[in-house]
Design a protein around this ligand. Structure first.
Ligand code: FES
Ligand SMILES: [Fe+2]
Length: 534
Protein backbone atom coordinates (compact mmCIF):
# COMPACT_ATOMS: atom_id res chain seq x y z
CA UNK A 1 0.00 0.00 0.00
CA UNK A 2 1.36 3.39 -0.95
CA UNK A 3 0.74 6.28 1.34
CA UNK A 4 1.52 9.82 0.35
CA UNK A 5 1.56 12.26 3.19
CA UNK A 6 2.22 15.92 2.89
CA UNK A 7 4.47 17.70 5.37
CA UNK A 8 1.47 18.82 7.33
CA UNK A 9 -0.14 15.40 7.42
CA UNK A 10 -0.08 15.19 11.18
CA UNK A 11 -2.58 17.97 11.54
CA UNK A 12 -6.16 16.82 11.40
CA UNK A 13 -8.52 16.46 9.70
CA UNK A 14 -7.03 14.35 6.97
CA UNK A 15 -8.69 12.81 3.95
CA UNK A 16 -8.51 9.08 3.43
CA UNK A 17 -9.76 7.96 0.08
CA UNK A 18 -9.30 4.71 -1.73
CA UNK A 19 -7.69 5.37 -5.11
CA UNK A 20 -9.91 4.11 -7.81
CA UNK A 21 -8.62 3.25 -11.27
CA UNK A 22 -10.28 6.39 -12.52
CA UNK A 23 -8.45 8.53 -10.08
CA UNK A 24 -5.05 6.92 -10.26
CA UNK A 25 -1.92 8.95 -10.13
CA UNK A 26 1.58 7.62 -10.33
CA UNK A 27 2.64 6.27 -6.96
CA UNK A 28 -0.82 5.90 -5.44
CA UNK A 29 -2.33 3.20 -7.60
CA UNK A 30 -4.40 0.75 -5.60
CA UNK A 31 -3.53 2.43 -2.32
CA UNK A 32 -4.79 5.15 -0.04
CA UNK A 33 -4.00 8.84 -0.38
CA UNK A 34 -3.45 10.60 2.90
CA UNK A 35 -3.38 14.35 2.44
CA UNK A 36 -3.49 17.11 5.01
CA UNK A 37 -6.58 19.17 4.57
CA UNK A 38 -5.31 22.27 6.25
CA UNK A 39 -2.22 23.42 8.06
CA UNK A 40 -1.95 24.42 11.68
CA UNK A 41 -2.97 27.94 10.93
CA UNK A 42 -6.28 26.84 9.35
CA UNK A 43 -7.72 30.03 7.97
CA UNK A 44 -9.67 31.21 5.04
CA UNK A 45 -7.96 29.18 2.31
CA UNK A 46 -9.40 25.91 3.72
CA UNK A 47 -12.49 25.58 1.66
CA UNK A 48 -10.75 26.07 -1.65
CA UNK A 49 -8.06 23.50 -0.62
CA UNK A 50 -10.82 21.02 0.31
CA UNK A 51 -12.60 21.83 -2.88
CA UNK A 52 -9.71 20.49 -4.95
CA UNK A 53 -9.51 17.34 -2.83
CA UNK A 54 -13.17 16.62 -3.09
CA UNK A 55 -13.80 18.13 -6.46
CA UNK A 56 -14.53 14.85 -8.17
CA UNK A 57 -16.99 14.96 -10.99
CA UNK A 58 -20.45 13.58 -10.26
CA UNK A 59 -20.45 10.45 -12.44
CA UNK A 60 -24.22 10.20 -12.72
CA UNK A 61 -24.33 12.31 -15.88
CA UNK A 62 -22.10 9.78 -17.67
CA UNK A 63 -23.88 6.57 -16.70
CA UNK A 64 -24.93 4.72 -19.85
CA UNK A 65 -28.69 4.73 -20.29
CA UNK A 66 -29.59 1.09 -20.21
CA UNK A 67 -32.80 0.71 -18.26
CA UNK A 68 -34.86 -2.11 -19.71
CA UNK A 69 -32.22 -3.04 -22.27
CA UNK A 70 -30.57 -6.41 -22.55
CA UNK A 71 -26.89 -5.95 -21.81
CA UNK A 72 -24.04 -8.13 -22.86
CA UNK A 73 -21.40 -8.94 -20.26
CA UNK A 74 -19.08 -6.07 -21.21
CA UNK A 75 -21.81 -3.46 -21.06
CA UNK A 76 -22.93 -4.81 -17.71
CA UNK A 77 -19.39 -4.63 -16.34
CA UNK A 78 -19.25 -1.01 -17.53
CA UNK A 79 -22.45 -0.26 -15.59
CA UNK A 80 -20.98 -1.92 -12.49
CA UNK A 81 -17.87 0.23 -12.94
CA UNK A 82 -20.01 3.36 -12.87
CA UNK A 83 -21.69 2.09 -9.71
CA UNK A 84 -18.33 1.88 -8.00
CA UNK A 85 -17.35 5.31 -9.31
CA UNK A 86 -20.58 6.68 -7.89
CA UNK A 87 -19.87 5.05 -4.51
CA UNK A 88 -16.45 6.68 -4.51
CA UNK A 89 -17.94 10.09 -5.31
CA UNK A 90 -20.69 9.69 -2.73
CA UNK A 91 -18.23 8.62 -0.03
CA UNK A 92 -16.10 11.71 -0.72
CA UNK A 93 -19.16 13.91 -0.30
CA UNK A 94 -19.98 12.23 3.01
CA UNK A 95 -16.44 12.63 4.31
CA UNK A 96 -16.42 16.27 3.28
CA UNK A 97 -19.71 16.91 5.09
CA UNK A 98 -18.42 15.29 8.25
CA UNK A 99 -15.16 17.21 8.07
CA UNK A 100 -16.96 20.52 7.70
CA UNK A 101 -19.17 19.68 10.63
CA UNK A 102 -16.20 18.57 12.67
CA UNK A 103 -14.56 21.90 11.98
CA UNK A 104 -17.69 23.71 13.12
CA UNK A 105 -17.79 21.72 16.35
CA UNK A 106 -14.15 22.58 17.00
CA UNK A 107 -14.94 26.23 16.41
CA UNK A 108 -17.92 26.24 18.73
CA UNK A 109 -16.00 24.49 21.46
CA UNK A 110 -12.90 26.66 21.03
CA UNK A 111 -12.12 28.03 24.54
CA UNK A 112 -10.69 31.24 23.05
CA UNK A 113 -13.93 31.96 21.25
CA UNK A 114 -16.11 31.12 24.23
CA UNK A 115 -15.83 34.50 25.91
CA UNK A 116 -17.54 36.11 22.93
CA UNK A 117 -20.54 33.79 23.01
CA UNK A 118 -23.25 33.29 25.54
CA UNK A 119 -23.95 29.83 26.87
CA UNK A 120 -27.34 30.01 25.20
CA UNK A 121 -25.78 30.70 21.78
CA UNK A 122 -23.35 27.84 22.21
CA UNK A 123 -26.10 25.43 23.23
CA UNK A 124 -28.12 26.41 20.20
CA UNK A 125 -25.18 26.03 17.85
CA UNK A 126 -24.24 22.67 19.30
CA UNK A 127 -27.81 21.41 19.09
CA UNK A 128 -27.91 22.39 15.42
CA UNK A 129 -24.61 20.68 14.82
CA UNK A 130 -25.84 17.57 16.56
CA UNK A 131 -28.73 17.41 14.15
CA UNK A 132 -26.50 17.93 11.15
CA UNK A 133 -24.04 15.28 12.36
CA UNK A 134 -26.89 12.82 12.84
CA UNK A 135 -27.95 13.51 9.27
CA UNK A 136 -24.36 13.03 8.01
CA UNK A 137 -24.09 9.84 10.02
CA UNK A 138 -27.23 8.53 8.38
CA UNK A 139 -25.84 9.48 4.99
CA UNK A 140 -22.66 7.50 5.71
CA UNK A 141 -24.78 4.44 6.52
CA UNK A 142 -26.64 4.85 3.25
CA UNK A 143 -23.32 5.06 1.42
CA UNK A 144 -22.14 1.96 3.26
CA UNK A 145 -25.23 0.11 2.09
CA UNK A 146 -24.62 1.33 -1.48
CA UNK A 147 -21.07 -0.01 -1.35
CA UNK A 148 -22.46 -3.35 -0.14
CA UNK A 149 -24.92 -3.46 -3.03
CA UNK A 150 -22.21 -2.55 -5.53
CA UNK A 151 -20.05 -5.38 -4.19
CA UNK A 152 -22.94 -7.80 -4.52
CA UNK A 153 -23.45 -6.69 -8.09
CA UNK A 154 -19.78 -7.14 -8.84
CA UNK A 155 -19.86 -10.66 -7.41
CA UNK A 156 -22.84 -11.37 -9.64
CA UNK A 157 -21.07 -9.86 -12.66
CA UNK A 158 -18.05 -11.99 -11.90
CA UNK A 159 -20.27 -15.06 -12.08
CA UNK A 160 -21.64 -13.96 -15.43
CA UNK A 161 -18.17 -13.29 -16.82
CA UNK A 162 -16.95 -16.67 -15.60
CA UNK A 163 -19.99 -18.36 -17.12
CA UNK A 164 -19.34 -16.54 -20.38
CA UNK A 165 -15.70 -17.63 -20.40
CA UNK A 166 -16.72 -21.23 -19.80
CA UNK A 167 -19.36 -20.96 -22.46
CA UNK A 168 -16.84 -19.56 -24.94
CA UNK A 169 -14.52 -22.43 -24.16
CA UNK A 170 -17.27 -24.94 -24.80
CA UNK A 171 -18.66 -23.34 -27.91
CA UNK A 172 -18.33 -25.50 -30.96
CA UNK A 173 -16.82 -24.29 -34.22
CA UNK A 174 -20.26 -24.00 -35.83
CA UNK A 175 -21.48 -21.90 -32.93
CA UNK A 176 -18.59 -19.54 -33.40
CA UNK A 177 -19.81 -18.57 -36.85
CA UNK A 178 -23.01 -17.16 -35.39
CA UNK A 179 -23.00 -13.47 -34.38
CA UNK A 180 -22.25 -12.59 -30.76
CA UNK A 181 -25.34 -12.69 -28.54
CA UNK A 182 -25.67 -9.04 -27.66
CA UNK A 183 -29.27 -8.35 -28.58
CA UNK A 184 -32.46 -9.25 -26.80
CA UNK A 185 -33.69 -11.40 -29.70
CA UNK A 186 -30.73 -13.71 -29.18
CA UNK A 187 -30.90 -13.73 -25.40
CA UNK A 188 -33.19 -16.74 -25.16
CA UNK A 189 -30.81 -18.77 -27.24
CA UNK A 190 -27.94 -17.71 -25.00
CA UNK A 191 -29.83 -18.69 -21.89
CA UNK A 192 -30.76 -22.04 -23.39
CA UNK A 193 -27.18 -22.73 -24.45
CA UNK A 194 -25.97 -21.76 -20.99
CA UNK A 195 -28.42 -24.08 -19.31
CA UNK A 196 -27.49 -26.90 -21.62
CA UNK A 197 -23.85 -26.36 -20.77
CA UNK A 198 -24.58 -26.47 -17.09
CA UNK A 199 -26.84 -29.49 -17.14
CA UNK A 200 -25.30 -32.46 -15.49
CA UNK A 201 -26.12 -36.05 -16.00
CA UNK A 202 -26.93 -37.63 -12.67
CA UNK A 203 -29.10 -40.56 -13.59
CA UNK A 204 -29.27 -44.31 -13.24
CA UNK A 205 -27.88 -46.41 -10.39
CA UNK A 206 -25.24 -44.68 -8.28
CA UNK A 207 -21.81 -45.60 -9.60
CA UNK A 208 -19.40 -47.41 -7.29
CA UNK A 209 -17.64 -44.88 -5.08
CA UNK A 210 -14.30 -43.74 -6.42
CA UNK A 211 -11.48 -44.64 -3.97
CA UNK A 212 -10.52 -40.98 -3.95
CA UNK A 213 -13.79 -40.02 -2.24
CA UNK A 214 -12.70 -42.20 0.69
CA UNK A 215 -9.51 -40.24 1.22
CA UNK A 216 -11.02 -37.71 3.58
CA UNK A 217 -11.67 -37.49 7.28
CA UNK A 218 -15.33 -38.31 7.95
CA UNK A 219 -17.18 -37.55 11.19
CA UNK A 220 -19.28 -40.59 12.06
CA UNK A 221 -20.68 -39.92 15.52
CA UNK A 222 -21.03 -37.37 18.29
CA UNK A 223 -18.74 -38.02 21.25
CA UNK A 224 -21.57 -37.82 23.76
CA UNK A 225 -23.36 -40.75 22.09
CA UNK A 226 -20.38 -43.08 22.48
CA UNK A 227 -20.34 -44.09 26.13
CA UNK A 228 -17.63 -46.20 27.74
CA UNK A 229 -19.36 -49.53 27.25
CA UNK A 230 -21.44 -48.89 24.15
CA UNK A 231 -20.83 -49.83 20.53
CA UNK A 232 -21.96 -47.99 17.50
CA UNK A 233 -22.43 -49.89 14.23
CA UNK A 234 -21.72 -47.66 11.23
CA UNK A 235 -22.00 -48.30 7.53
CA UNK A 236 -19.54 -46.29 5.51
CA UNK A 237 -18.98 -46.71 1.75
CA UNK A 238 -20.91 -49.97 1.84
CA UNK A 239 -18.68 -51.50 4.47
CA UNK A 240 -19.75 -52.34 7.98
CA UNK A 241 -17.79 -50.95 10.89
CA UNK A 242 -18.26 -50.71 14.62
CA UNK A 243 -16.96 -47.93 16.84
CA UNK A 244 -16.28 -48.36 20.56
CA UNK A 245 -13.95 -47.00 23.24
CA UNK A 246 -10.79 -48.75 24.38
CA UNK A 247 -9.54 -49.04 27.94
CA UNK A 248 -7.90 -45.62 27.64
CA UNK A 249 -11.22 -44.04 26.61
CA UNK A 250 -9.99 -43.38 23.09
CA UNK A 251 -12.31 -44.47 20.26
CA UNK A 252 -11.50 -47.19 17.76
CA UNK A 253 -13.21 -48.33 14.57
CA UNK A 254 -12.99 -51.99 13.51
CA UNK A 255 -14.70 -54.13 10.88
CA UNK A 256 -18.12 -55.19 12.19
CA UNK A 257 -17.50 -58.82 11.22
CA UNK A 258 -15.95 -61.41 13.45
CA UNK A 259 -12.83 -63.08 12.03
CA UNK A 260 -14.05 -66.50 13.23
CA UNK A 261 -17.37 -66.95 11.42
CA UNK A 262 -18.46 -63.50 10.35
CA UNK A 263 -20.88 -62.78 13.15
CA UNK A 264 -21.81 -59.08 13.56
CA UNK A 265 -19.73 -57.80 16.46
CA UNK A 266 -22.08 -54.97 17.44
CA UNK A 267 -24.55 -57.59 18.73
CA UNK A 268 -22.00 -58.47 21.41
CA UNK A 269 -20.69 -56.28 24.23
CA UNK A 270 -17.72 -54.18 25.28
CA UNK A 271 -15.66 -55.48 28.19
CA UNK A 272 -12.59 -53.70 29.51
CA UNK A 273 -12.09 -51.80 26.27
CA UNK A 274 -12.50 -54.89 24.04
CA UNK A 275 -15.45 -55.75 21.84
CA UNK A 276 -16.67 -59.30 22.39
CA UNK A 277 -18.32 -61.37 19.67
CA UNK A 278 -21.70 -62.68 20.85
CA UNK A 279 -21.18 -66.07 19.13
CA UNK A 280 -18.08 -67.68 20.70
CA UNK A 281 -16.71 -64.77 22.71
CA UNK A 282 -13.64 -63.71 20.74
CA UNK A 283 -12.50 -60.27 21.93
CA UNK A 284 -10.89 -57.53 19.86
CA UNK A 285 -9.07 -54.36 20.91
CA UNK A 286 -9.57 -50.98 19.18
CA UNK A 287 -6.74 -51.74 16.71
CA UNK A 288 -8.56 -54.91 15.59
CA UNK A 289 -6.26 -57.40 17.27
CA UNK A 290 -7.96 -60.46 18.73
CA UNK A 291 -6.81 -60.64 22.34
CA UNK A 292 -9.04 -63.37 23.70
CA UNK A 293 -10.31 -66.68 22.25
CA UNK A 294 -12.17 -68.54 24.97
CA UNK A 295 -12.06 -72.34 24.97
CA UNK A 296 -9.18 -72.62 22.49
CA UNK A 297 -5.50 -71.67 22.03
CA UNK A 298 -5.04 -67.94 21.20
CA UNK A 299 -4.13 -67.47 17.54
CA UNK A 300 -2.61 -64.43 15.90
CA UNK A 301 -5.75 -62.94 14.33
CA UNK A 302 -6.60 -59.38 13.39
CA UNK A 303 -9.60 -57.69 11.81
CA UNK A 304 -9.28 -54.52 9.78
CA UNK A 305 -9.39 -51.24 11.68
CA UNK A 306 -9.50 -47.64 10.48
CA UNK A 307 -7.65 -44.55 11.76
CA UNK A 308 -10.09 -43.17 14.32
CA UNK A 309 -9.83 -40.01 16.44
CA UNK A 310 -11.96 -37.79 18.57
CA UNK A 311 -11.97 -34.05 18.04
CA UNK A 312 -14.22 -31.23 19.18
CA UNK A 313 -17.03 -33.52 20.25
CA UNK A 314 -17.04 -35.81 17.21
CA UNK A 315 -15.57 -39.20 16.29
CA UNK A 316 -13.74 -39.16 12.95
CA UNK A 317 -12.57 -42.00 10.71
CA UNK A 318 -10.39 -42.17 7.60
CA UNK A 319 -11.86 -44.84 5.28
CA UNK A 320 -9.40 -44.32 2.39
CA UNK A 321 -6.33 -46.28 1.38
CA UNK A 322 -4.04 -43.24 1.22
CA UNK A 323 -2.29 -42.19 4.43
CA UNK A 324 -4.56 -39.86 6.40
CA UNK A 325 -3.89 -36.15 6.24
CA UNK A 326 -2.30 -34.70 9.35
CA UNK A 327 -5.11 -32.34 10.26
CA UNK A 328 -8.69 -33.16 11.06
CA UNK A 329 -10.92 -30.28 9.96
CA UNK A 330 -12.75 -28.19 12.52
CA UNK A 331 -16.52 -28.09 12.37
CA UNK A 332 -17.07 -26.01 15.46
CA UNK A 333 -19.77 -23.34 15.34
CA UNK A 334 -18.42 -19.76 15.18
CA UNK A 335 -17.36 -18.07 18.44
CA UNK A 336 -20.29 -16.97 20.58
CA UNK A 337 -22.47 -19.95 19.66
CA UNK A 338 -23.50 -22.75 22.01
CA UNK A 339 -24.45 -26.21 20.85
CA UNK A 340 -28.10 -26.98 21.66
CA UNK A 341 -28.81 -30.18 19.78
CA UNK A 342 -26.92 -33.11 18.28
CA UNK A 343 -29.05 -35.54 16.32
CA UNK A 344 -28.19 -38.60 14.24
CA UNK A 345 -30.54 -40.11 11.65
CA UNK A 346 -30.25 -42.95 9.18
CA UNK A 347 -31.91 -41.95 5.92
CA UNK A 348 -32.89 -44.09 2.92
CA UNK A 349 -31.29 -41.89 0.24
CA UNK A 350 -27.85 -41.63 -1.36
CA UNK A 351 -25.80 -38.93 0.33
CA UNK A 352 -25.40 -36.87 -2.86
CA UNK A 353 -29.17 -36.41 -3.15
CA UNK A 354 -29.36 -35.29 0.44
CA UNK A 355 -26.51 -32.80 -0.12
CA UNK A 356 -28.27 -31.49 -3.25
CA UNK A 357 -31.32 -30.89 -1.07
CA UNK A 358 -29.47 -29.23 1.80
CA UNK A 359 -27.56 -26.91 -0.56
CA UNK A 360 -30.82 -25.61 -2.00
CA UNK A 361 -32.89 -22.96 -0.29
CA UNK A 362 -35.19 -22.00 -3.14
CA UNK A 363 -37.41 -25.00 -2.35
CA UNK A 364 -38.23 -23.82 1.18
CA UNK A 365 -41.45 -21.82 0.55
CA UNK A 366 -42.85 -24.73 -1.48
CA UNK A 367 -41.68 -27.72 0.55
CA UNK A 368 -41.49 -26.54 4.17
CA UNK A 369 -44.97 -25.10 4.35
CA UNK A 370 -45.76 -26.77 7.67
CA UNK A 371 -42.50 -25.96 9.44
CA UNK A 372 -39.91 -23.21 9.25
CA UNK A 373 -41.05 -21.65 5.96
CA UNK A 374 -44.73 -21.49 6.85
CA UNK A 375 -46.16 -18.26 5.49
CA UNK A 376 -43.05 -17.31 3.52
CA UNK A 377 -43.76 -15.42 0.35
CA UNK A 378 -42.11 -16.56 -2.87
CA UNK A 379 -39.41 -14.05 -3.90
CA UNK A 380 -39.33 -12.94 -7.53
CA UNK A 381 -35.67 -13.92 -7.74
CA UNK A 382 -33.54 -16.11 -5.51
CA UNK A 383 -29.76 -16.03 -5.86
CA UNK A 384 -26.78 -17.58 -4.18
CA UNK A 385 -23.81 -15.23 -4.21
CA UNK A 386 -20.26 -16.42 -3.68
CA UNK A 387 -18.05 -13.37 -3.12
CA UNK A 388 -15.21 -15.11 -1.28
CA UNK A 389 -14.91 -18.66 -2.51
CA UNK A 390 -16.64 -21.01 -4.89
CA UNK A 391 -18.36 -23.18 -2.31
CA UNK A 392 -19.28 -20.55 0.23
CA UNK A 393 -21.61 -17.57 0.08
CA UNK A 394 -24.97 -16.21 1.01
CA UNK A 395 -28.55 -16.33 -0.17
CA UNK A 396 -30.37 -13.34 -1.52
CA UNK A 397 -33.01 -12.36 -0.35
CA UNK A 398 -32.65 -14.62 2.71
CA UNK A 399 -30.38 -13.83 5.68
CA UNK A 400 -28.61 -17.17 5.34
CA UNK A 401 -24.91 -17.89 4.79
CA UNK A 402 -24.08 -21.33 3.47
CA UNK A 403 -21.07 -23.44 2.67
CA UNK A 404 -20.45 -26.84 1.15
CA UNK A 405 -17.41 -28.25 2.93
CA UNK A 406 -15.96 -31.26 1.12
CA UNK A 407 -16.42 -34.11 1.24
CA UNK A 408 -19.98 -34.14 2.64
CA UNK A 409 -20.66 -31.27 5.00
CA UNK A 410 -23.03 -28.32 4.84
CA UNK A 411 -22.62 -25.41 7.23
CA UNK A 412 -25.17 -22.65 7.43
CA UNK A 413 -25.81 -19.60 9.58
CA UNK A 414 -29.32 -18.24 9.67
CA UNK A 415 -30.03 -14.71 10.83
CA UNK A 416 -33.16 -14.48 12.93
CA UNK A 417 -34.82 -11.10 13.26
CA UNK A 418 -38.33 -12.26 14.09
CA UNK A 419 -39.47 -15.84 14.41
CA UNK A 420 -40.65 -17.08 11.04
CA UNK A 421 -39.48 -13.98 9.18
CA UNK A 422 -36.30 -14.33 7.21
CA UNK A 423 -36.67 -11.91 4.38
CA UNK A 424 -35.01 -8.60 3.73
CA UNK A 425 -31.92 -8.69 5.88
CA UNK A 426 -28.49 -10.25 5.67
CA UNK A 427 -27.02 -12.29 8.51
CA UNK A 428 -24.80 -9.47 9.73
CA UNK A 429 -27.81 -7.25 10.26
CA UNK A 430 -29.60 -9.82 12.42
CA UNK A 431 -29.07 -9.73 16.16
CA UNK A 432 -29.53 -13.45 16.73
CA UNK A 433 -28.49 -16.48 14.71
CA UNK A 434 -28.89 -20.21 14.38
CA UNK A 435 -25.95 -22.23 13.11
CA UNK A 436 -26.38 -25.65 11.55
CA UNK A 437 -24.00 -28.41 10.63
CA UNK A 438 -25.17 -31.27 8.44
CA UNK A 439 -22.80 -34.16 7.85
CA UNK A 440 -24.03 -36.57 5.16
CA UNK A 441 -21.98 -39.70 5.63
CA UNK A 442 -22.14 -42.01 2.58
CA UNK A 443 -23.32 -45.22 4.24
CA UNK A 444 -24.19 -46.99 1.03
CA UNK A 445 -25.47 -46.18 -2.44
CA UNK A 446 -28.97 -45.76 -1.06
CA UNK A 447 -28.34 -44.82 2.55
CA UNK A 448 -26.99 -41.81 4.42
CA UNK A 449 -26.07 -41.38 8.04
CA UNK A 450 -26.95 -37.79 8.85
CA UNK A 451 -25.27 -36.00 11.74
CA UNK A 452 -27.02 -32.75 12.59
CA UNK A 453 -25.76 -30.18 15.05
CA UNK A 454 -27.62 -27.00 15.92
CA UNK A 455 -26.12 -24.03 17.78
CA UNK A 456 -27.50 -20.67 18.85
CA UNK A 457 -25.84 -17.38 19.76
CA UNK A 458 -28.69 -16.50 22.12
CA UNK A 459 -30.82 -18.14 24.85
CA UNK A 460 -27.93 -20.07 26.42
CA UNK A 461 -30.14 -21.52 29.14
CA UNK A 462 -32.58 -23.09 26.70
CA UNK A 463 -30.60 -26.28 26.55
CA UNK A 464 -31.13 -26.92 30.27
CA UNK A 465 -34.92 -27.10 29.86
CA UNK A 466 -36.19 -30.61 30.54
CA UNK A 467 -36.98 -32.63 27.39
CA UNK A 468 -35.82 -29.82 25.09
CA UNK A 469 -33.64 -32.33 23.19
CA UNK A 470 -36.79 -34.26 22.27
CA UNK A 471 -38.40 -31.09 21.01
CA UNK A 472 -35.42 -30.25 18.78
CA UNK A 473 -35.39 -33.79 17.47
CA UNK A 474 -39.10 -33.68 16.75
CA UNK A 475 -38.71 -30.40 14.86
CA UNK A 476 -35.65 -31.62 12.90
CA UNK A 477 -37.51 -34.79 11.91
CA UNK A 478 -40.55 -32.82 10.78
CA UNK A 479 -38.42 -30.60 8.56
CA UNK A 480 -36.51 -33.55 7.18
CA UNK A 481 -39.65 -35.53 6.46
CA UNK A 482 -40.93 -32.68 4.33
CA UNK A 483 -37.79 -33.10 2.22
CA UNK A 484 -37.48 -36.86 2.38
CA UNK A 485 -40.68 -37.80 0.60
CA UNK A 486 -39.50 -35.69 -2.34
CA UNK A 487 -35.90 -36.88 -2.33
CA UNK A 488 -36.94 -40.53 -2.07
CA UNK A 489 -39.15 -39.95 -5.11
CA UNK A 490 -36.25 -38.35 -6.95
CA UNK A 491 -34.07 -41.31 -6.08
CA UNK A 492 -36.60 -43.79 -7.48
CA UNK A 493 -36.76 -41.85 -10.72
CA UNK A 494 -33.00 -41.45 -10.87
CA UNK A 495 -32.53 -45.22 -10.53
CA UNK A 496 -34.91 -45.65 -13.43
CA UNK A 497 -32.88 -43.32 -15.61
CA UNK A 498 -34.23 -39.81 -14.92
CA UNK A 499 -31.63 -37.07 -14.66
CA UNK A 500 -31.99 -35.31 -11.31
CA UNK A 501 -29.95 -32.37 -12.59
CA UNK A 502 -31.67 -32.02 -15.93
CA UNK A 503 -32.37 -28.30 -16.01
CA UNK A 504 -30.45 -26.29 -13.43
CA UNK A 505 -31.27 -22.59 -13.03
CA UNK A 506 -29.52 -19.70 -11.30
CA UNK A 507 -30.50 -20.57 -7.73
CA UNK A 508 -29.11 -24.09 -8.20
CA UNK A 509 -25.55 -22.74 -8.22
CA UNK A 510 -24.28 -24.29 -5.00
CA UNK A 511 -25.82 -27.69 -5.76
CA UNK A 512 -24.34 -27.66 -9.26
CA UNK A 513 -20.94 -26.77 -7.84
CA UNK A 514 -21.14 -29.67 -5.42
CA UNK A 515 -21.94 -31.98 -8.35
CA UNK A 516 -19.01 -30.58 -10.38
CA UNK A 517 -16.75 -31.19 -7.40
CA UNK A 518 -18.09 -34.72 -7.01
CA UNK A 519 -17.77 -35.41 -10.72
CA UNK A 520 -14.11 -34.32 -10.61
CA UNK A 521 -13.51 -36.68 -7.67
CA UNK A 522 -15.21 -39.55 -9.51
CA UNK A 523 -13.10 -38.90 -12.58
CA UNK A 524 -9.91 -38.84 -10.51
CA UNK A 525 -9.09 -35.22 -11.48
CA UNK A 526 -5.76 -34.05 -10.12
CA UNK A 527 -7.01 -30.61 -9.18
CA UNK A 528 -10.47 -30.48 -7.68
CA UNK A 529 -12.61 -27.50 -8.63
CA UNK A 530 -13.24 -24.74 -6.06
CA UNK A 531 -10.32 -25.88 -3.90
CA UNK A 532 -6.72 -24.78 -3.65
CA UNK A 533 -5.19 -28.09 -2.74
CA UNK A 534 -5.35 -31.08 -5.12
S1 FES B 1 -18.23 -65.94 15.10
FE1 FES B 1 -17.33 -64.61 16.45
S2 FES B 1 -16.44 -65.83 17.89
FE2 FES B 1 -17.29 -67.18 16.53
FE1 LIG C 1 -35.52 -28.72 2.72
Amino acid sequence: MTIVATAAALSLPISLSRSSKLNTKKGVRGGFRVVAVFGEEGGTGKKSAWGTLFDVEDPRSKVPQCKGKFLDVHQAVEVARYDIQYCDWRARRDVLTIMLLHEKVVEVLNPLAREYKSIGTMKKELAELQGELAQAHKQVHISEARVGTALDKLAYMEELVNDRLLQDRNTTASDQTSPSPSTSTQSLEVVQRKLQRKSLNVSGPVKPYHPRLKNFWYPVAFSTDLKEDTMMPIDCFEEQWVVFRGNDGKPGCVRNTCAHRACPLHLGSVNEGRIQCPYHGWEYSTDGKCEKMPSTRLLNVKIKSLPCFEQEGMIWIWPGNDPPTATIPSLQPPPGFQIHAEIVMELPVEHGLLLDNLLDLAHAPFTHTSTFAKGWSVPSFVKFLTPTSGLQGYWDPYPIDMEFRPPCMVLSTIGISKPGKLEGQNTRQCATHLHQLHVCLPSSRQKTRLLYRMSLDFAPLLKYLPFVQYLWRHFAEQVLNEDLRLVVGQQERMLNGANIWNWPVSYDKLGVRYRLWREAVDQGAKQLPFSESP
